[in-house]
Design a protein around this ligand. Sequence first.
Ligand code: PSV
Ligand code: MN
Ligand code: MN
Length: 392
Amino acid sequence: MTTPTTLPADVARDLEEFSIEVPSWGYGNSGTRFKVFGTPGTPRDPFEKIADAAQTHAFTGSAPRVSLHYPWDKVEDFGALREFAEEQGMTLGMINSNTFQDDEYKFGSLTHGDKTVRRRAIDHHLECLDVMRATGSHELKIWLADGTNYAGQDSIRARQDHLAESLAEIYQGLGEGERIVLEYKFFEPAFYHTDVPDWGTSLLHCLALGEQAQVVLDTGHHAPGTNIEFIVAQLLRQNRLGAFDFNSRNYADDDLIVGAADPFQLFRILFEIVQQDAHRPAAGVNFMLDQCHNLESKIQGQIRSVLNVQETLAKTLLVDREALADAQERHDVLEANTILMDAFWTDVRPALAAFREERGLPADPFEAFRASGYEDKVAAERVGGNQMGWGA
Ligand code: PSV
Ligand code: MN
Ligand code: MN
């Protein structure tokens, strides 16, 4: 395939409609358990995180929403936070609950054997629904750190029953047009069993709850070698893929820049999505980033991820689907594979640069942001107060 200089109109339309949600915590300092490095200009409160997120959107034109983590992003007046976001051209996205930082949840939250602890965890989620409404969001994201470290430590079965009951109560708190999404992860911080380890467990709970419950797929939450695009295809088939947490990983839940470790995996995942038209807003899948920055500049890292998703999506939209279907029908294995690989190897950067310029955006958002002086400006302004970390 030659390098296209413009995008076909239908591809341009799809890219224009496609958007990515960024995580507020991606703009704070983060690190490993060994060291969290501070960076001048790091936000000191949720307002400053939103201001930084607005930069990602201003330069890419594709990231108009910010996910909040509660209580990390707790403010006196969520209405004011919402207004501030809107002034910056942003809306507030999913509310992420948090039952992984308090001592009382050491042995579980929604799964805990003690009903007073479960009560507090359920109440926290109901409070998140209030935050959701105050911020103008419609979605609550649940990821649980619940699990055990040793065989025999607790009853896996009893914990599942508690989880089902707890989720049912949270689900009952949903109004029309609202949904919960349940994220799975097979390890960490628990290292023997996790209470929502995989898409099957998440899906079973969602099916029991009802149509307003869907699965979140975080690309870093699978065992190495897992065929993630298969999971994507299957969840879409059931209309239960609610949201993505995009990031990339080499070893564990590395939360690196999207597409950094394995660009071809990102392509394969996005191709399953476009084949089911799930990249279109009407499909209701919330595409989000869940990445943290240890060494690199945070806003630059977010911009790079948004661009990687956009470029890869453009490639999947260029796959000659008719020719592919024909090759598949004839069981021409290698021709089918070649058609896919042709699209993967296509350099879409010149066409995307033209696409952006036509829309008043910088041809190279990454370089334009670096040259904008924003980082120096906030480093000078944001002195005093505490920089926010990956947490609060
Ligand atoms: C857990 O590893 C997770 O992926 C969940 O989405 C959390 O809310 C998030 O990380 C925090 O970065
Ligand atoms: Mn995640
Ligand atoms: Mn994670």
